[in-house]
Each structure stands twice: as structure tokens, then as C-alpha cells.
Design a protein around this ligand. Sequence first.
Ligand SMILES: Nc1ncnc2c1ncn2[C@@H]1O[C@H](COP(=O)(O)OP(=O)(O)OP(=O)(O)O)[C@@H](O)[C@H]1O
Length: 277
Amino acid sequence: MPEGSILDVEGLGIRFGGLHAVRDVTTRLPAGRITAIIGPNGAGKSTFFNLISGFYQPTSGRIRFQGEDITRLKAHQVVGRGVARTFQTTTIYKELSVLDNAMIGHRVRTRAGLWDALLRTGRERRDEAESRDGAMRALERVGLAGQAGRPAGALTQEGQKRVGIAMALSSDPRLLLLDEPAAGMNPEETVNLMGLIRELVSEGLTVALVEHKMSLVMGLADEIVVLHHGQKIAQGTPGAVSRDPAVIEAYLGGHAHGGQMGQPGAAGAGAGEGAHA
Ligand SMILES: Nc1ncnc2c1ncn2[C@@H]1O[C@H](COP(=O)(O)OP(=O)(O)OP(=O)(O)O)[C@@H](O)[C@H]1O
């Protein structure tokens, strides 16, 4: 394993029938850093996350997390090793309390299944105290401990995003995968979210995120991996990647969301980048 990396991916690929959604991707995520996975629509970003988190089984390649081969592990086993994720669409239970959401996050991601969690089976009850502790710690980390008793649906859009992040954090991961965390957020909320992500990383977490909002990517990422047609076409600092001719070509040719690479440091300034909640 190269020094300083938490996740090492080698020749990773998956086919859906004739479509090679991810193809021969070799990359590493530096520990304690923020890596953004970007690329035009359909580039394979979500599929890449699904492979890393065990939701999909690759048809080729290898994934190592902290030196251990996790290629063939199932999603809940990957969570157990210390990799958690959020989803593109917020999957919180609006009628339940913020704490209940975080607790469900803990149980669904570790031992009991969704039905155990919702129906409160015996096994689920035994796990309750442990889940409550894990959930409260996660809520503290995202700044929601004071709102634990409120229905999640009563929170702002930003608050609800934080609940989603707390659900992932409740399993106490080393690597957090965020799938479009800023989707649907206004510029102010986006800046707040960036602050939260920075804070989590300063506490020792490693973050990888898929995001279309270039202001967030350029203002936050230490490193960027660019996918195009399932293949990695570039990896480097935001500055280097935004000057890379292959990347510019992929974005201009592909006409992805927003179309072009932003400027480093333009955090939260992106006009037209989801300025509606
Ligand atoms: N389960 C699946 N079965 C068949 N095809 C799939 C499946 N999942 C993804 N694909 C296809 O794989 C390709 C990559 O999709 P993916 O969602 O990973 O792209 P993406 O970069 O995340 O796109 P976007 O930015 O639009 O979210 C697409 O052509 C998609 O239709």
C-alpha cells in the first residue's frame, strides 16, 4: 500500500451487460484528506461509490482499505471495516426524531436490518443502548445534539442533510463517502456544509465526495479524481486538474451540469449552482 493512503483501488471495473460503467480504474485516496470524484453525467461516479461500499460487486480489479482486501465484502461488512456513505437522495425518516434517524443509521449500517430497526425486534432492543450512544456522538459531530428530540422533517434542508451525514457517522467510519452532499442547497448552506466537512476531516476522518457543484469541489478538495466514460482521465490538485486538457475536453464535449470547471477558491460563489433550496 502506498504510504499515506487509506483506500487503494487497482484496475477496478464493472460491466452492466455491454456497458462498462467503470473501467480499469486505479487510484488511491490519501488518508485524512478530502478527495472529490468528478466527471460528466453518466461518467461512473455513483457506480464507483457503489463498488467501494460493497453495494456492487466488481467484475474486475481489487479494493484495499487500510491494507485489507475488501473487494468481495458485502455492504454491511464494508461498513463494519470503517467505510460509510450517504446517498444522492436524502434517505431520512422525516416523521421520526433526529435521534431515531441517527439510531436507525447505526443499526441498519451495522448488525440489524431495516425491518429489525423499524419493528423493534428483540435483537434490535439489545442493541439500543449502544446505538443511542453512537447516534448521540454522531449528532454532536454534526452540531445537532440540541435538536435530537425534534422530528427530522421539521429541520431546514441543511439540517436534514446533517441528519443524513449523522446516519453515516453513527457507525464511526474512518472513510466517509458523500454522494452529492450539496444537491439542493443554496450557496450559504453549501458554505456551511463545507465547514462541517472540514471540521470532520480535522478530527481525523477521510472524506471522498461525488459532487457537481464546482464551487464546493474547488474550494474543498485536496485532490480530485476525474472520471469520463467510466475511466479515470486525471487525478491531482484542483489547480492541476482544472488546467488539464483532457479534463477540459471531457467537460466541454460532454456538456455536464454547469458545463465548465470552476476556479480554485471560488467557494460558494457559483451562480446557477443550485441557488434554490
Ligand atoms: N445498476 C445498473 N444497471 C445498469 N446500468 C447502470 C447501473 N448503474 C449505473 N448504470 C449505468 O452506468 C453508467 C454510469 O452511471 P453512474 O450513475 O455511475 O454515473 P454518474 O457519473 O454517477 O452520473 P450522474 O452524474 O448523472 O449521477 C450510466 O450509463 C448508467 O446508466
